[in-house]
Design a protein around this ligand. Sequence first.
Ligand SMILES: [Zn+2]
Ligand SMILES: [Zn+2]
Length: 238
Amino acid sequence: MIDNGFSIKETDKRMARLGVSGEDISAILVTHEHGDHLSGVARYARRYNISVWASHGTATMIKDIDGLQCFNSHESFNLGGFLVEPVLVPHDAREPTQFIFRSNDMKLGVMTDTGSITQHMIEVLAGCDALLLECNYDRDMLLNGVYPESLKRRVVGDWGHLDNQQSVHLLKQLETEKLQHLVLAHVSEKNNSHELVLDCVSSAIHCDRARLKVIDQDDGLDWCTLTTDINSKETLHA
Ligand SMILES: [Zn+2]
Ligand SMILES: [Zn+2]
């Protein structure tokens, strides 16, 4: 599990919908200390006796977890059958990381909560078989929207979030031909719309919008299966 901003009840409900339970989770990785990512971690970890992992900087912000495990943000490590590569990102937290997961020759990238795009991100996210990418806001909607000025400045800043155009700009610099799934995530309910996200991304990387997935904050996302079988493999562009 990566992050948890929900109550135990809500998490259990979302897990049950996917046919799993807290007992199936071997570890929770925490990307950073913001409430939407951290507020549910400690109670869920305690409830199901799950180990919790975070960078040293993030760990300094976590008070209520006994036996918290730290990883080095510059080194890959093995966890739950995956090789986990932390990716440091510019975001207004102590030591925020996102992740690359490798298993069975497959590469999954997870990239949210970053205010700008670094050369390092472009290098490590290239050639993913699946990618979950932040499309947080539409610039015009945010700037003309209801957020107070200080919050607007935070979100658009270099340590805030990616807007649709930045995400598209990042995607265009990645090798995307192996992608079996592209999941667009951390989409603001006030400053963005699923339609806008799908329009931007599908036209930028020339793929059918039906092949893209946008995570709904209420409904979450179903399982996405990655296949190594060349005969049944469908990529975004196939
Ligand atoms: Zn966030
Ligand atoms: Zn954040």
